[in-house]
Design a protein around this ligand. Structure first.
Ligand SMILES: [Zn+2]
Length: 390
């Protein structure tokens, strides 16, 4: 799933005057230990059947019914699936997209709205970096790109070592000599891997790195990493290049990445809240966040996990307001009420490449109204210079 595809979803608008409806379906698989029960696939089918009933009751029998039937077919085949899944459909406008996703979608749900529901996707994306996973031992290295759930091998380096010292018989001198040669070869290999990582980083192929290697090899490899590369390293997992499967690589890297995103979200949210207090590059509370969003100041946004709030939006100029005013303060036209302001915020964040973080149990964010943002700059404090980050 690429950024462009996500932007396309965020920009989609169902033509309600023609009875069109944007259907979003998310499938959250059972945890591995429960997978044999196949509970989630049954839940998924029930949810779709319920939506079919409601649609029929509301007299929506045309294209929406066809979309729901197709989703029901798909849900029927999800038994035992280990991967998450998302479907975005609007056959009235010839739209059908399905994606495999990491199994961290919260819950299986279906949404029938005028725009696609992107919250589970946004929560998952957080600020997903372009990730390189390098799986390394003393003679081999494999390089992968990981984008959401999509793991692709980009290349490999192999420097087969000379036969190890022990196989040179029991002559102490010969053996020691051969061992030193093997150690030199391994060192050269690690340096070549490090050079390759640096070159790819400088070409912009990846932004963050995860390394998979055996614990015994880590100190030597780590000590040969270029400082720039080391600075972009977000974690490591234990793996044997010769035997690890692509699925294992994806799952191990996914765990490391999620942990990193969670920690980073918490640190950056605290930073935003501190800066909000000191009137710096941070704001908190819905009213201030919406203002900053409209001023194009927001770099990263932080939301409590279940954050939801009412707001109004102006269909004419797009102005969002936390005050539920009947007419737009910007242009005077009638506003419409949003039961959840997130439905408007998330597509804006996606369109503008604003990092979106959902946080669980962040006490300070909770106190600040469960919404905050880190700013690129503050327009009311600009001194004629455009901030570098903008
Ligand atoms: Zn307006």
């Amino acid at each position: 799933m690429t950024r462009d595809e996500i932007r396309e979803l965020a920009a989609f608008q169902a033509d309600e005057t023609k009875g069109a409806c944007a259907l979003s379906f998310y499938f959250q698989p059972d945890p591995p230990q429960d997978r044999s029960h196949r509970r989630e696939a049954i839940v998924a089918k029930d949810i779709v059947k319920q939506a079919l009933k409601s649609a029929a009751a509301a007299g929506k029998n045309g294209s929406l019914h066809a979309d729901l039937d197709r989703v029901l077919d798909l849900a029927t085949n999800l038994r035992g699936s280990a991967r998450g899944k998302a479907v975005f459909a609007c056959s009235a406008q010839n739209f059908w997209k399905e994606y495999e996703l990491p199994p961290h979608l919260g819950a299986t749900q279906i949404y029938l709205q005028s725009q696609f529901q992107l919250k589970p996707l946004a929560a998952l994306l957080g600020a997903q970096p372009a990730l390189c996973v390098a799986v390394v031992d003393r003679q081999r290295a494999r390089f992968f790109d990981l984008r959401l759930d999509d793991l692709r091998e980009r290349g490999a380096i192999v420097h087969l070592l000379s036969r190890s010292g022990s196989s040179y018989g029991y002559n102490g001198y010969e053996g020691g000599h051969a061992e030193r040669r093997v150690a030199d070869e391994a060192l050269r290999h690690f340096k070549a891997v490090s050079d390759r990582l640096l070159a790819d980083y400088e070409k912009g192929i990846w932004e963050r790195l995860i390394v998979g290697c055996q614990d015994a090899n880590w100190p030597e490899f780590d000590s040969n990493l270029h400082p720039y590369v080391k600075h972009r390293l977000i974690g490591r997992f234990s793996a044997d290049v010769a035997s690890v499967s692509n699925e294992e690589i994806r799952d191990h890297a996914g765990v490391v990445l999620n942990q990193w995103i969670t920690e980073r979200a918490s640190t950056k949210a605290s930073e935003a809240l501190d800066l909000a207090k000191s009137n710096g590059r941070g704001v908190s509370g819905l009213r201030r966040v919406l203002q900053a969003l409209e001023a194009g100041e927001v770099q990263s946004m932080f939301l409590g996990e279940n954050y939801s709030a009412q707001a109004v939006q102006c269909p004419n100029c797009g102005h969002l307001d936390a005050h539920l005013t009947p007419s737009c303060v910007a242009c005077g036209k009638p506003t419409r009420e949003l039961s959840d302001v997130c439905d408007a915020i998330i597509p804006i964040a996606i369109r503008r490449d604003i990092e979106l973080f959902y946080l669980k149990d962040h006490t300070d964010l909770d106190r600040a109204g469960n919404i905050a943002a880190l700013l690129r700059f503050r327009s009311d404090q600009r001194t004629g210079q455009i901030a570098a980050a903008s």
